[in-house]
Design a protein around this ligand. Structure first.
Ligand code: NOJ
Length: 753
C-alpha cells in the first residue's frame, strides 16, 4: 500500500507545486490522480483479487471472535468491504491484515446501517422528514458520521430515499415520505452531512442512496413485493431524490429487493447502466442489497447462482452484499465469455475510486483523536432539537400547552419505553441513554403520577386498567403515550391494520369516561389510524419514534417551552383501507367532491342501482385523509392573505414570482411552514392535482406579518411524458400558497411557448 500512497502524494505534490494551487483545489483535482493510481493497481491485480474487491462480507453481529477463515480471505485479497463488524478491535485487526498482508494492500471499507444516528439517536427518518428542515437532516447525518467514523465505519447504508405512499409498509419509517420535492431536499442534506466537506476527512462516511429503485411501491405495502412502475412515473416520482443525492456526490448506491415491471432491480441493466451511469453520470459504486443477487433466482429471473451472477454483472452491479454469486462464479463466467473482464475492471475501478476518495489508502485506520465522541452535549442538543422540529400536532382543543402546575396522569405503554422510542435500525443505540417522557418529567420536576396501564404496545391485558383510571381521576389531565414498538415498523414489518395495537384504544376509551382532558402522544414508525379514538382525546401529538432525546423534547412541547413544529411528510389515513393514499394523485374523470358524495348510511335501503354520487370515493370513509400531507398545528394561528403572481403569462425562459402574506393572528410567537403547490391543469399525460414546489419556514411574533414569495422558472414545471420527453408544456397552471396540501390561497398563470 505504501507504494500507492507515495505515488499519490507525489502526484499531488507535482500538481500543487506546478500551479501553486491551494490544498482545497488539489483535493478537487484529485480524481484525475486517483485514476492513475487505480489503473496502476488494476494492472497488478489477479482475476481473483479483482473479484475479491466486489465481495461485501458480513460477520455475525454477535461474533465474539474473528474467524480465521475470514482473516485468511482478507489476507488473500478476497474481500473488498465488510459490514456489521461490531467490535472496533476487529475492524482494526482486519484492516491491518488488508493493508499489510493482502497482495495489493488495498484497504477495506467497513459499513453499517447508520440510519438515523449511531449512538445519539435522532428521530426515525420519517420523523425527520416531518421537520421539513434540511438542517435537521444534515445535522443528524453529520453527528451520525462523527460518532460512527470513530469506530472505523466509513460507509453507511443511508439515506433511504424511497418514496412511500403506503403506511402499511414497515419501511415507511425509514423513508422521506410521499413527496419527491421534499425527499430531494432531505436526500441532498443527508448526503452533505454524512460526507462532510470532503469524503477524505476522517469523520466523513460514504453515503449510500438506497434502495434503487421503486422499493416503496411494493404492492399492498407488503415488504419486498412486486412493483409496477411506468417509466414516466419512475422519472417523475421515484427518481428525483436519487438524482438529488447523486448530484450532491453520494459515493454509493444500493439496489433494491423488488422487481420493477418484471426485472429485479439488482439485475436491471436499464436502471444501472442507462439511467444511473449514462444519464446521471454516477461514478461511485453500486452494491446489491442483502442477498438480492441470489434472490433473483427466487424471483424467477435467474436459473441458478451462476446465472444470477451473470445477470447482475452484465446489468452493471459493482459489489455483491453477502451472497456469493460473484465469488463463486465470476471467474468461470469470464472464462466462458459470458461476462467480460473489462466489465469486472469497471467494477473494481468504481470501488477503488470510492476507497481513494475516502482517503483510505492514505489513512486506512480510524482516527483515534476522534474517539469517544458519543453523546456529546451538542449531539444531544441537536437530537432534541430534531425531535421538537419533527413533532406534529394533529389536534389541540385548547388543552396544550399544559400549565406547569397541572397534575398529570402519565399513562401508556410508550411513556417509558427506552428501546422502542429509538425506533427501527438502531444497531448501536443504547436504551440506557434514552430519555423517555417519564425520565423527562422526573427531571423537570413535573407534578405527575405514572402508570403504564399496558406493559407494551401489543399488550391485550386489561388488568391494570382500574389502577390507570384511578390515577386519571386523581389528576387534572391525562398524557397518554401510545404507539407501536420499534419492532412493528422497519424491514419486513408491514401491517395490514395500522390502528394502535393491543388494548390501547380500549384504555383510552376507559380513560375518556373519567371526563379528564387527554393528550394523546403517539410514538410510532408510521401514521397510526386514530379514527376510533380521535373524539375521545383533546390533543394529539405525533412524535414518531423520536430517538434518544424524545422525552425531553416532548416535555418541553407539552409545557409550551417549545412548540410542535412538524408537518406531515405523508398523508395520514382514516383507515388502512384507503391505502395507498397520496396528496399528489390524479384528478380522474370523476373526482370525489362534497356536493355529490353519498355516504354509505345515506343510501336508502333497497336503493336502485344508479350512478348517483358515483365518483372516486369510498362509501364508508369518503375521499379525504384524516390529515393531509403538509398538515401540522402549532401554538398560534396564521392567516394567509393577498396571493399575487408577478405575471399572468410567462415564457419558457422567464421566471415568475408568486407571493402571499402570512400573519401570526395568535398571542404567541410561532413558526409556520409556508407551502407552495402547483397544478399543471392539462398535460400530454395527466398531471397530479397538486405538486409541492417550494416551502419556507417563517417565525413570526404575535400580530406580525411577513410576505413570502416563491420564484420559479419553467424548469420546475418539467415532467416526463409517455414519449419520455422531459419538458414543461404550454398551458394553464394553478398555484397555491398555504399551510398544507388541502388548503391555501389559489391563483394561476399561463406558460406560453
Ligand atoms: C437489508 C436492507 O434492505 C438494507 O436497507 C440494509 O442496508 C441491508 N440489509 C444491510 O443491513
Amino acid at each position: 500500500m505504501k507504494n500507492y500512497y507515495i505515488l499519490f502524494i507525489l502526484l499531488c505534490f507535482l500538481s500543487c507545486s506546478k500551479n501553486g494551487q491551494s490544498e482545497k483545489k488539489a483535493i478537487n483535482e484529485s480524481d484525475e490522480k486517483y485514476e492513475v493510481v487505480i489503473n496502476e493497481l488494476l494492472s497488478k491485480m489477479t482475476l481473483e483479487e479483482k473479484i475479491g474487491q466486489t465481495n461485501l462480507r458480513g460477520t455475525s453481529s454477535r461474533a465474539k471472535t474473528l474467524s480465521e477463515e475470514l482473516k485468511q480471505q482478507v489476507r488473500e485479497g478476497k474481500v473488498g468491504a465488510l459490514l456489521n463488524v461490531m467490535k472496533t478491535e476487529f475492524v482494526d485487526e482486519l484492516q491491518k491484515i488488508a493493508v499489510e498482508e493482502s497482495p495489493n494492500k488495498i484497504p477495506l471499507i467497513f459499513a453499517r446501517d447508520v440510519i438515523h444516528g449511531f449512538k445519539t439517536m435522532f428521530p426515525i427518518p420519517l420523523g425527520m422528514a416531518a421537520s421539513w428542515d434540511e438542517d435537521v437532516a444534515r445535522t443528524s447525518s453529520r453527528v451520525a458520521a462523527i460518532e460512527s467514523s470513530s469506530v472505523g465505519i466509513r460507509w453507511t447504508f443511508a439515506p433511504m430515499l424511497d418514496i412511500a405512499r403506503d403506511s402499511r409498509w414497515g419501511r415507511i419509517a425509514e423513508s422521506p415520505g410521499e413527496d419527491p420535492y421534499l425527499a430531494s431536499i432531505l436526500g441532498k442534506a443527508y448526503v452533505e452531512g454524512f460526507q462532510g466537506d470532503s469524503l477524505n476527512n476522517s469523520t466523513s462516511i460514504a453515503a449510500c442512496a438506497k434502495h434503487y429503485i421503486g422499493y416503496g411501491a411494493a404492492i399492498g405495502g407488503r415488504d419486498y413485493n412486486t412493483t409496477l412502475i411506468p417509466e414516466p412515473l419512475l422519472r417523475n416520482l421515484y427518481l428525483p431524490p436519487f438524482e438529488a443525492a447523486l448530484n450532491t456526490g453520494a459515493a454509493t448506491v444500493m439496489t433494491s429487493f423488488n422487481e420493477i415491471n418484471g426485472i429485479p432491480a439488482t439485475g436491471n441493466e436499464f436502471l444501472l447502466k442507462d439511467v444511473l451511469r449514462d444519464e446521471l453520470s454516477f461514478d461511485g459504486f453500486v452494491v446489491s442489497d442483502w442477498d438480492s443477487v441470489v434472490e433473483m433466482i427466487t424471483h424467477g429471473y435467474a436459473r441458478d447462482e451462476k446465472h444470477a451472477g451473470e445477470l447482475a454483472a452484465n446489468a452493471g452491479l459493482d459489489m455483491e452484499m453477502t451472497s456469493k454469486a460473484y465469488e463463486n462464479n465470476l471467474k468461470a463466467l469470464i472464462k466462458e465469455g459470458k461476462v467480460s473482464e473489462k466489465q469486472l475492471d469497471v467494477f473494481v475501478k468504481n470501488i477503488l475510486r470510492v476507497k481513494l476518495r475516502l482517503g483510505l489508502f492514505k489513512e486506512p485506520y480510524r482516527d483515534v483523536a476522534n474517539e469517544a465522541k458519543f453523546y456529546e452535549k451538542t449531539h444531544l442538543e441537536k437530537a432534541k432539537e430534531a425531535a421538537i422540529k419533527s413533532t406534529v400536532m394533529l389536534k389541540n382543543e385548547g388543552v396544550l400547552p399544559l400549565a406547569k402546575r397541572s397534575k398529570i396522569a402519565l399513562i401508556g405503554p410508550m411513556a417509558d419505553a427506552p428501546l422502542d422510542q429509538m425506533g427501527t435500525w438502531t444497531f448501536d443505540g443504547e436504551k440506557e441513554q434514552t430519555i423517555t417522557p417519564l425520565n423527562a418529567f422526573e427531571a423537570a420536576d413535573v407534578n405527575y403520577t405514572y402508570i403504564a396501564g399496558l406493559s407494551h404496545s401489543r399488550d391485550l391485558s386489561k388488568k391494570e386498567f382500574k389502577k390507570a383510571i384511578a390515577v386519571a381521576r386523581a389528576s387534572d389531565v391525562v398524557v397518554f403515550v401510545a404507539g407501536e414498538e420499534a419492532i412493528l415498523s422497519g424491514e419486513a414489518h408491514s401491517r395490514a391494520s395500522i390502528d394502535l395495537p393491543g388494548a390501547q384504544e380500549n384504555l383510552i376509551k376507559e380513560l375518556a369516561k373519567t371526563g379528564k382532558s387527554i393528550v394523546l402522544v403517539i410514538m410510532a414508525g408510521r401514521p397510526i389510524t386514530i379514527t376510533n379514538v380521535i373524539d375521545d382525546v383533546d390533543a394529539v401529538l405525533m412524535s414518531w419514534h423520536p430517538g434518544t432525546m424524545g422525552g425531553e423534547a416532548l416535555q418541553e412541547i407539552i409545557f409550551g417551552l417549545e412548540e410542535p413544529q412538524g408537518r406531515l411528510p405523508v398523508s395520514w389515513p382514516k383507515t388502512a383501507g384507503q391505502l395507498p393514499y397520496f396528496y399528489n394523485h390524479k384528478n380522474t374523470g370523476r373526482p370525489a367532491n362534497k356536493k355529490d358524495y353519498v355516504a354509505m348510511y345515506d343510501i336508502p335501503i333497497g336503493a336502485w342501482q344508479s350512478s348517483l354520487g358515483n365518483d372516486s370515493h369510498y362509501l364508508d370513509v369518503g375521499y379525504t385523509p384524516h390529515f393531509p400531507f403538509g398538515y401540522g398545528l402549532g401554538y398560534t394561528n396564521f392567516k394567509y392573505d393577498k396571493i399575487e403572481v408577478s405575471k399572468d403569462t410567462i415564457r419558457f425562459n422567464e421566471d415568475i414570482t408568486i407571493k402571499a402574506t402570512v400573519t401570526n393572528t395568535g398571542t404567541r410567537t410561532g413558526k409556520e411552514v409556508v407551502q407552495f403547490y402547483i397544478q399543471d391543469v392539462v398535460g400530454s399525460i395527466t398531471r397530479p392535482v397538486r405538486e409541492l414546489k417550494g416551502f419556507e419556514h417563517v417565525n413570526l411574533k404575535a400580530g406580525e406579518t411577513q410576505e413570502v414569495s416563491f420564484t420559479i422558472s419553467s424548469k420546475i414545471l418539467e415532467f416526463t411524458n409517455n414519449k419520455l420527453v422531459k419538458a414543461a408544456e404550454e398551458g394553464d397552471f394553478n398555484v397555491w400558497i398555504g399551510p398544507h396540501s388541502a388548503s391555501g390561497l389559489k391563483s394561476a398563470f399561463y406558460l406560453k411557448d
